[in-house]
Design a binder for this molecule. Structure first.
Ligand SMILES: NC(=O)c1ccc[n+]([C@@H]2O[C@H](COP(=O)([O-])OP(=O)(O)OC[C@H]3O[C@@H](n4cnc5c(N)ncnc54)[C@H](O)[C@@H]3O)[C@@H](O)[C@H]2O)c1
Length: 398
């Protein structure tokens, strides 16, 4: 694929416009398509604003910005995508709507044009099955905001041509992105591995061990995360975050590890979505009073340690099940959700045997399969090996 290849982006919402910006910045002509004319003008205005800000802040000169913007054209007619060498879809998250779109696209584009989905939660293999030529189909999962977050999960379908994943990893690098190869499993890498960041935080709250402000404080001040779990759920929207948790849990045949919480469900039922509704776990708006955390270092460390160990376990299990390599799992959590460190390198720093001991303690205490230790984590700990080749006993024991 060269920069003269026309890139089609279908869906001009939050993700589509960001992907269009990325491809045009990499030098491609881009056709941004939406069924809704208003969505297209909204997207164009948004892009104009972004580039105006980049110029204002001195991050881009006017000529470059104008050249990028001039490479993005818009349309509501799917036929206009006939010359596209690749079409990325970022429309509504409904399997039947996406399948219908790809069936229409297949009738229009060249036989060797790549078709890609930005789905967060649907099976890429399932979508590929609706195509006559599924070998040209792949998942390219960008993160929001797409122009800022470097990660793209590259997710081949079972039917994808064997060379396509490598080709797409190269294309993503050419677009300035950091690809991570992921197996087509629920939540891919990030939306699976990140579940305990929310789920375990809510458990700690529900047990009454700490309040929302204290848990957020522990994860940011002591853990170095950019946002605490409750602040982040409020930013994402509890409705969206709950739906992702529920979908991952259902897709994993109700594995207790991903079980959604009643308290977040109640928040959603009450319309307490978070920032966008003025109230979530925290309150927002002019008269909102922020509650103060209990800045007890021992309590904070206990909170951080419990959530971190659950995240590490999830990361190790993703490697165990062949979802991605240890390198890609670590890179994905940094590049897709801004974690301060890769979880598996963090585990090596903390000591794998300490992580195993904590998980065993939690499982014994609660008697729940939710806390079962990943076989790979236990194996690597007992062998005194890490995930990246070096020895990884606990700092105390080495
Ligand atoms: N928003 C996120 O944080 C995020 C992150 C990663 C992936 N995703 C995935 O990206 C996709 C898009 O999400 P979004 O948040 O940008 O959605 P959005 O609601 O902001 O935008 C979707 C756009 O698609 C258009 N559309 C719907 N059906 C269409 C069709 N048949 N043909 C043409 N246009 C159509 C709508 O008019 C709308 O403008 C979803 O699959 C979502 O799961 C979203």
């Amino acid at each position: 694929m060269t920069t003269t290849t026309l890139i089609g982006v279908v869906g001009a919402g939050t993700m589509g416009r960001g992907i269009a910006q990325i491809a045009a910045t990499a030098g491609h002509p881009v056709l941004l398509l939406d069924q809704d004319e208003a969505a297209l003008s909204h997207a164009k205005e948004g892009l104009n604003r972004i580039f105006a800000r980049l110029i204002e802040k001195g991050r881009m000169d006017t000529r470059t910005a104008e050249a990028i913007l001039s490479r993005i054209t818009t349309s509501t007619r799917i036929e206009d995508l006939s010359d596209a060498g690749m079409v990325l879809e970022a429309i509504v998250e409904k399997a039947e709507v996406k399948a219908a779109l790809f069936q229409s696209l297949e009738k229009i584009v060249a036989p060797d044009a790549v078709l890609a989905t930005n789905t967060s939660s649907l099976s890429v293999t399932g979508l590929a099955a609706s195509l006559q030529h599924p070998e040209r189909f792949i998942g390219l999962h960008f993160f929001n905001p797409a122009p800022l977050l470097p990660l793209v999960e590259v997710v081949p379908a079972l039917q994808s041509d064997k060379a396509l994943a490598d080709e797409m990893c190269t294309t993503m690098r050419n677009w300035g992105k950091q690809p991570a190869l992921a197996k087509d499993t629920p939540g891919f890498i990030v939306n699976r591995v990140a579940r305990p960041f929310y789920g375990e935080a809510i458990r700690i709250l529900e047990e009454g061990a700490a309040d929302v402000a204290t848990i957020d404080w522990a994860m940011t001040s002591l853990g170095g995360f950019k946002m605490g779990p409750f602040e982040l759920m409020d930013l994402i929207g509890n409705d969206i975050n709950y739906a992702v948790t529920e979908s991952v849990w259902t897709a994993f045949h109700f594995d207790p590890r991903y079980q959604p919480s009643f308290s977040q469900k109640r928040n959603v039922e009450a319309g307490w979505y978070g920032r966008k509704s003025g109230r979530g776990w925290h309150s927002y708006g002019e008269d909102a009073v922020a509650s103060s955390p209990i800045q007890d270092k021992d309590l904070g460390q206990a909170i951080l340690w419990r959530i971190l160990v659950m995240l590490v376990n999830e990361a190790a299990d993703a490697v165990f099940w062949g979802v991605a390599s240890a390198e890609d799992v670590d890179a994905a959590m940094k590049g897709g959700v801004n974690y301060p460190k890769g979880l598996l390198s963090w585990a090596e720093e903390m000591g794998l045997d300490r992580c195993v001991a904590k998980l065993d303690e939690l499982q014994q205490h609660y008697g729940e399969a939710r806390y079962r230790c990943s076989p790979l984590l236990r194996q690597r700990a007992s062998e005194g090996r890490g995930f990246f080749g070096q020895s990884a006993g606990s700092p105390e024991s080495t």
